[in-house]
Design a protein around this ligand. Structure first.
Ligand code: GAL
Length: 349
C-alpha cells in the first residue's frame, strides 16, 4: 500500500498520506484525516509537474486550520441558517459556528475525523467513515464512502456514497483550493473562468445566507457564461461582492440532465494548465479565498488572500431551510450518490 505517516492529531491519533497516480504522471495525495486532498500534481505546458492545490505538510496543521483545505465537507457543506434543521416535524439543533449559523456542519464534522481506508489500488482509494446518530446534530447513523480516482485522461474523479438509517441531510463537497500555477502561485486573478450558470443565489448579508432568490447573472459581475479573468470584475462596486469581500456565492448551474456534465472550466495562461469541472450537482460555490491570508502552508509557503479559488459542487446553501431550493434530504435506507470530476489538460490559448 502506498502510504506514509502524516503526523498525529491532538488526540494522539495517527494520520496517513496515500498516493494514487496514473501512467501519465498525474498524482494525487490524500490523507485519511477528513478524506482530504493534500496535493494534485499535474503537468504544465512545459511538461513540468506542479502541485495545484493549497494544503499543509502535517495533519496537525489541518486540524488547526479553519479553511477546509481539500477536505471532504459534510454531512452538509456550506451554511444552514440559525443552526438548526427540521426534518418531519422534529427540530435538530446544530453547532452555531459561523455568526449564529452553521458552516460546513460544525467543528467536529466528517472533515475533522480520521476515516478508514476501505480499499486502495494504484489509481484509486476509498475512504470510509461511520458518522454516529446525531453527530453534529444530524439524525441517523450514516455510512459514508468517498472514492478518489486518478483516471488515464488526467482527471481526479470523486464519488460520494452515503446511507443513513434515518432520513437526514446529505450534501457533500470537496473543498480544494486550486491555483493552476501551483500552490505557491501568487494569486488567481489572471485565471480565466467560465461557469455554465445563468443564475446565482444572492445572499442577504455578509453572513452569506441566500435570500432565496434565484437571480439572473446577466449584467452582473457574476456573469461567467463567457470566459473572463477572475480579477476582471472582482472589485466591482456591487453589493453582493461587498458582502463576501469578493466571490463567495453559489451558482445555479444550467444543467441539461441529471448526469455528470461539464459545468465550469478554468485556465491559467501562465502555466497553460486547464481544468474542467464536471458534476451531477445543481449548484457550485465559487470562493476566491477572500478573507483568508497569511497561512503558512506546504513547504512553508505563505498563502495570501485570492491565492486560490474553490469550485465547490453541492446543493444550494441553506437548501434545507429554503422552500424555493431543491431539498438536500435523503430518506432512510436510500443511497446518496454523487460525482464530481476535475479534469486537467494543457492548452496554449
Ligand atoms: C467556503 C465558504 C466560505 C468560507 C470557506 C472556508 O465554502 O463559502 O465563506 O467559509 O468555505 O473558510
Amino acid at each position: 500500500m502506498n502510504s506514509k505517516f502524516f503526523g498525529k492529531t491532538k488526540e494522539g491519533k495517527e494520520a496517513f498520506l496515500y498516493t494514487i497516480s496514473n501512467s501519465q504522471g498525474m498524482e494525487v495525495c490524500a490523507t485519511d484525516f477528513g478524506a482530504t486532498v493534500v496535493s494534485i500534481f499535474v503537468k504544465d505546458k512545459d511538461g513540468n509537474r506542479r502541485d495545484v492545490v493549497l494544503g499543509y505538510d502535517d495533519v496537525s496543521d489541518y486540524q488547526k486550520g479553519t479553511s477546509y483545505f481539500g477536505a471532504t465537507v459534510g454531512r452538509n457543506c456550506n451554511r444552514i441558517s440559525n443552526a438548526k434543521v427540521t426534518i418531519d416535524g422534529t427540530e435538530y439543533p446544530l453547532e452555531a459556528n459561523d455568526r449564529g449559523n452553521n458552516l460546513h456542519s460544525g467543528s467536529n464534522a466528517v472533515s475533522e475525523q480520521i476515516w478508514s481506508v476501505a480499499s486502495q489500488e494504484e489509481n484509486r482509494i476509498t475512504f470510509h467513515y461511520t458518522s454516529p446518530d446525531l453527530s453534529e446534530g444530524f439524525p441517523g447513523t450514516a455510512e459514508i464512502d468517498v472514492t478518489f480516482e486518478v483516471t488515464e485522461d488526467n482527471s481526479l474523479a470523486i464519488h460520494y456514497h452515503a446511507v443513513s438509517d434515518k432520513k437526514t441531510v446529505f450534501n457533500f463537497t470537496n473543498h480544494c483550493y486550486f491555483n493552476l500555477n501551483g500552490h505557491d502561485g501568487a494569486n488567481v486573478l489572471d485565471h480565466v473562468l467560465e461557469i455554465h450558470a445563468s443564475h446565482y443565489t444572492p445572499v442577504s448579508s455578509n453572513k452569506a445566507i441566500p435570500t432565496g432568490e434565484i437571480a439572473e447573472v446577466e449584467g452582473t459581475p457574476f456573469d461567467f457564461r463567457t470566459a473572463k479573468r477572475i480579477g476582471q470584475d472582482i472589485e466591482a462596486d456591487h453589493e453582493q461582492l461587498s458582502y463576501g469581500g469578493g466571490y463567495d456565492h453559489n451558482f445555479a448551474l444550467d444543467r441539461t440532465g441529471d448526469g455528470v456534465e461539464k459545468m465550469a472550466e478554468i485556465y491559467s495562461p501562465e502555466s497553460g494548465i486547464h481544468m474542467d469541472v464536471l458534476t451531477d450537482r445543481i449548484g457550485m460555490q465559487l470562493f476566491t479565498m477572500n478573507f483568508i491570508g497569511g497561512h503558512p502552508g506546504k513547504g512553508g509557503i505563505s498563502y495570501n488572500g485570492r491565492a486560490s479559488f474553490c469550485l465547490e459542487t453541492q446543493f444550494f446553501p441553506n437548501a434545507i431551510n429554503e422552500p424555493n431550493f431543491v431539498t438536500p434530504l435523503t430518506d432512510a435506507g436510500e443511497a446518496f450518490d454523487s460525482r464530481t470530476v476535475y479534469h486537467f489538460s494543457v492548452s496554449d490559448k
